[in-house]
Every structure is written in structure tokens, then in C-alpha cells.
Design a protein around this ligand. Structure first.
Ligand code: G3P
Ligand code: MG
Length: 253
């Protein structure tokens, strides 16, 4: 567990405030901050030249004016892309964010970051961790950071590079496996990140009782989510967390 107490974040903007701004961009993080959200979830991957960038997909076609795989681009080529127009004209010219530019913004805004190590098909999890962790640990304190991944190799490598007190890790699951506790123990996990639709009450109870933070993705319907709060879920990762703000605010929200 971190030396500084990390309060489990209750509201986390998924890919930034992706309901209102192009996902995973600086604009989406600014929008989350303006909406009063203190934490964002963002995806990180490597370009072909090893530059870490904030991006979800394996290729650039859905969220930019370009085409092709991320791995086939270097920073000069990626820097030419418009990653905002696909969402709305007002975001025309929004660049693909590098991890470096994003960390500068997050620090300026004093926000918390749940950084997801996104290991898309064919990519090397260890190379991703090697490139991402040094600047990340340099930029943010443990009380404003959770690094998560679906990829066990990435999480294991991240733990090798930093102790639990310095780097809170989150185990991401589509479906919580029977051996979730052993998997969490193996990486000294801080949190479990569960698909809110697939989570069941007994498993939620076990996770909360274990002392891990329990965060759910990606929920956008506060009424449907009510039972999850009742089960003890600590936080929700949402495209628009302001929809959940009617729930009693708590210190750290
Ligand atoms: O970290 C939670 C969520 O972002 C995982 O799924 O595909 O939106 O990155 P995805
Ligand atoms: Mg993600």
C-alpha cells in the first residue's frame, strides 16, 4: 500500500471526459477538470519509435484523421494527426497527447491519474512498462496515481520496477477470475477494476473485505449503478462522472 494514503477515487473520468471531448486528449482532461472531476482514466501505448502516447486503439483511424497502426508511426508522423475533428469541429487540431504532455497537464491541474497500460495484440508489455514508468514516477506522487492493466505481464514488470508504496497497481478484469486474490497478491495490488455489468454481489463483498479498493468500469447510468454502491464499490469509471455527482459527495471526490 502507498506510504501516503491513497483514498480510492469515487468518480473517474473514462479516457478523460469522453462524453464531451475527444477521448484520451488534453482537451478531455481539461474538460474533466472543468466538470469538477479530480481523477481521469487514460490509456497508454508506444509509437513505433518507443514514444509513449495516450491512445486506446491499435490503430489511429477511429479517433483521428489518419489511418494505419500506431506501431507504424513515429512521433513526427503522429504529431501531424488531428485527434479532435472526428469528435466535433470545435476540437479541430487537437493533437494526439504524448505521455509527457499529459503528465505535465495532470500535474498542473493537481489531478489523479489511473493510467491503463494498454497492451494491444502483438505489442510487448515489458517494453511498454520500461518506457512509461520512469517519467510517470518522476511526475506524480503515489497518492495521485493508479497504474492498471488487463495484462498480467505488464503488471508484474511494473511491480518489479517500483514497490507498492510508490506505485499503486490495479488488476483489471473483464470477468473476475476465481483466483483473483492470488493474482492480486502476486503484484501487491492496490485495487481491483471490474466490469460493472459482470460483477456480482458476493465477489464484490469478498474484494472489499480483502482491503482492496474496488473500482468499476465503464458505467454511465447512475440508477443502474445504485446496487454497486450498496455492494461497497468504491468508485466508478464513467464517460461522464458528473451524472453520478448526485450521490453524497465524499472527501476526495
Ligand atoms: O480502465 C477501465 C477501462 O478503460 C478498460 O477498458 O477498453 O475502455 O480501456 P477500455
Ligand atoms: Mg482504458
Amino acid at each position: 500500500m502507498p506510504q501516503q494514503p491513497l483514498v480510492p477515487p469515487r468518480l473517474i473520468a473514462h479516457r478523460g471526459l469522453s462524453a464531451r471531448a475527444p477521448e484520451n486528449t488534453l482537451a478531455a482532461v481539461r474538460a474533466a477538470h472543468e466538470a469538477g472531476c479530480r481523477w481521469v482514466e487514460l490509456d497508454v501505448q508506444l509509437l513505433g519509435d518507443g514514444t509513449p502516447v495516450i491512445w486506446h486503439d491499435r490503430d489511429v483511424s477511429r479517433c483521428s484523421n489518419g489511418r494505419g497502426r500506431l506501431v507504424d508511426l513515429d512521433i513526427a508522423q503522429a504529431g501531424q494527426l488531428d485527434a479532435g475533428s472526428w469528435f466535433a469541429a470545435e476540437f479541430a487540431g487537437e493533437p494526439m497527447a504524448t505521455l509527457e504532455s499529459m503528465l505535465t497537464l495532470i500535474d498542473e491541474l493537481a489531478m489523479g491519474l489511473n493510467l491503463e497500460l494498454k497492451v494491444n495484440r502483438g505489442r510487448d508489455p515489458e517494453a511498454l512498462v520500461e518506457c512509461v514508468l520512469p517519467p510517470l514516477l518522476e511526475a506524480l506522487p503515489a497518492e495521485r496515481l493508479i497504474v492498471s492493466s488487463f495484462d498480467a505481464t505488464a503488471l508484474t514488470q511494473a511491480r518489479r520496477q517500483a514497490p507498492a508504496g510508490r506505485l499503486p497497481l490495479g488488476a483489471l478484469f473483464e470477468r473476475i477470475p476465481r483466483d483473483w486474490a492470488a493474482r492480486c497478491a502476486a503484484i501487491d495490488a492496490y485495487s481491483v477494476h471490474a466490469d460493472w455489468r459482470r460483477l456480482r454481489a458476493p465477489r464484490a463483498h469478498d474484494i472489499v473485505q480483502s482491503g482492496h479498493a474496488l473500482l468499476c468500469y465503464t458505467a454511465n447510468d447512475p440508477a443502474a449503478f445504485t446496487t454497486r454502491w450498496e455492494w461497497g464499490v468504491h468508485g466508478v469509471i464513467s464517460d461522464d462522472p458528473s451524472r453520478f455527482a448526485v450521490h453524497p459527495p465524499r472527501s476526495g471526490d
